[in-house]
Design a protein around this ligand. Structure first.
Ligand code: GLU
Length: 567
């Protein structure tokens, strides 16, 4: 093609811009926007960053991961972390997804400083002076910037239809040249003023494209804090910035929003690396200082076919909701993600077992270029540690909150006497063995249920061992009933049991029984088993003395009676 691109006079550009934005007089000027969204006054080195999810469905664990990294960096530098909802792709918008984003961040203690968040009544409201924070409410701001770019000829209307674009792509493929709208393939660049004017007046749909000034043989570099200096070819593609319905594309919205929201650092998923040349070009087209761009590698999963990104479609653990549903306390998920971000976190935690995780300083430079590997076993061990370390009141709170949704029956029992539930949960928590019992909140049911009569098996189904006769069983339980006092220290219980054993013809020590088995009906362990089954409905339990102490006098008597009634 030897055609020349159309050169417009400034009057022509102004006329076209006014034609495209007939309400141009109502649009704010860039100066006004600058005043409305002034540079933020923050301490030197403060980072202003954000998460900018699209409300297209569930919240991805990768989204939470990026939010955590951003939030920590903003907090560490006394900066600002905000939430922006990128809903310009209305076709992909899913009802309820906006709430899911806001709620997920809140649930994980990652609510933003600005943007949509809960107020004290739990309603979602927008806070902050740089809003609105939902892109579809920012149309006027995008149009103001597009109007400015049109007047300068930095963007232009393109009327190419889908069919034309498809045909052109085929031709490019045949010619084995790069596909897309650029240089001589960007037909809109060659339309005359009159052609454009009449098409617009005739109501022919069009998009607004960037007049890309890049050259394919030139490169552009930037410093990515995780990846170091990245150098790639300049952008030459006349990317769509405003769609035919007047809504901006992600690229344009990102430019306008991150400029006027005064973002200093874009820390986002690595899928956007290839957009940086375009984004830098956009900032330069506006004469604005670009933010720093850093790209976080996606969390990987070891699958049969090797490492791959966690997939929304195939991996339930890709969804944030998976973790709570499966009983992982939120704090465990946060610490797990911190571990994925900076492996030093684990050592730090070991040295500082009781510090709040926010005291750990996260660093972009220490994040790996290779995506971290999801490791649910690791998460489980973090979860176990956290559950065993938690003050008992907090453990009760998180347990009840979980059971309230996922084990209603248990939650109902727990709520009847929270202190009783706390004492039950606390048994042996300080020992290694005891701590292991609660890896996730899914283990609550087996731990707690035996403390509530409601869950005990029917008396005639109690799994008493066969090696103790019914009459002995009854005699044991009669004596337990008579002698147990919940005011005694738990160790006393075993002493009592030894005496009861001796009185009823059982050996008080296993080794005595082993020496002369014919002299005894059994040993203290057999006696303990009877008590265990009667009290706990099971042949396994935590330390019996402690169990009985928590059950208390009345319940011990009731459970003894209940078991005695069985023949
Ligand atoms: N809306 C984009 C996404 O959901 C945001 C990317 C960014 O952080 O700039 O991936």
């Amino acid at each position: 093609m030897d055609k020349k691109e159309t050169q417009f006079t400034s009057t022509e550009l102004q006329t076209l811009a006014e034609l495209i934005f007939p309400n141009w007089q109502k649009l704010p000027s860039l100066e006004e926007l600058d005043k409305r969204y002034p540079k933020r006054e923050l301490p030197f080195g403060a980072i202003v960053n954000r998460v900018a999810p699209s409300p297209t469905g569930m919240m991805h664990i990768g989204g939470l991961y990026v939010a955590l990294v951003n939030r920590r960096l903003a907090k560490q530098t006394q900066g600002v972390f905000f939430l922006r909802i990128e809903d310009t792709d209305q076709e992909r918008a899913v009802v309820g997804a906006y709430e899911t984003i806001v709620n997920s961040l809140a649930d994980y203690g990652l609510s933003p400083d600005e943007g949509p968040m809960h107020n004290s009544d739990g309603e979602i409201v927008e806070e902050g002076n740089y809003g609105p924070y939902v892109q579809t409410s920012r149309k006027e701001i995008y149009h103001a910037c597009a109007f400015d770019m049109l007047k300068r000829g930095a963007i232009y209307p393109c009327f190419m239809t889908k069919e034309e674009l498809d045909k052109q792509r085929e031709e490019q493929q045949k010619l084995e040249v790069r596909t897309g709208v650029y240089k001589e393939w960007a037909l809109g660049r060659y339309l005359s003023f009159q052609e454009i004017e009449s098409k617009i007046k005739a109501g022919i749909p069009y998009v607004l494209r960037l007049r890309a000034l890049g050259e394919i043989d030139k490169t552009i570099s930037w410093e990515d804090e995780i990846r170091g200096t990245l150098t790639v070819p300049e952008n030459i593609v006349d990317t769509v910035l405003i769609k035919s319905d007047g809504i901006p594309t992600y690229h344009f919205a990102h430019l306008v929003d991150d400029h006027f929201m005064r973002t200093t650092h874009i820390i986002r998923a690595d899928e956007w690396i290839s957009s940086v040349p375009l984004h830098l070009q956009l900032f330069s087209a506006m004469g604005w200082e670009p933010p720093f761009y850093t790209h976080v590698s996606a969390i990987q999963k070891m699958a049969e076919t090797g490492k791959r990104k966690l997939s929304k479609r195939h991996d339930p653990e890709a969804s944030v909701s998976y973790y709570w549903e499966n009983g992982f306390p939120r704090q465990a998920v946060i610490e797990y993600l911190l571990n994925l971000a900076n492996s030093e976190f684990e050592d730090w935690r070991r040295v500082n077992p009781t510090s709040d995780y926010t005291e750990f300083r996260i660093s972009l430079g220490k994040m790996g270029q290779a995506g971290p590997l999801a490791d649910l076993i690791k998460l489980e061990s973090i979860s176990r540690d956290i559950l065993s370390r938690m003050p008992i009141e907090a453990l009760y709170k998180v347990s009840y909150a979980w059971a309230f949704t996922y084990d209603k029956e248990l939650a109902e029992e727990m709520a009847k006497d929270p202190l009783y539930s706390q004492r039950a949960l606390d048994i042996e928590r300080d020992s290694e063995k005891g701590a292991k019992r609660l890896s996730t909140l899914k283990d609550l049911r087996p731990q707690l249920a035996p403390f509530f009569d409601h869950f005990l098996p029917p008396a005639n189904e109690l799994p008493f061992p066969d090696n103790v006769k019914a009459e002995d069983r009854k005699a044991i339980l009669e004596l337990v009933k008579e002698r147990f006092k919940d005011s005694d220290p738990p160790e006393q219980f075993f002493e009592n049991l030894k005496l009861i054993s001796a009185e009823l013809g059982f050996a008080g020590a296993v080794k005595d029984f082993k020496k002369n088995p014919q002299m005894y009906k059994g040993h203290v362990g057999d006696v303990a088993s009877i008590v265990r089954v009667a009290m706990f409905g099971s042949t396994r339990s935590p330390d019996l003395g402690q169990v009985l102490k928590v059950l208390g006098n009345q319940t011990v008597v009731n459970r003894c009676n209940r078991a005695i009634s069985v023949n």
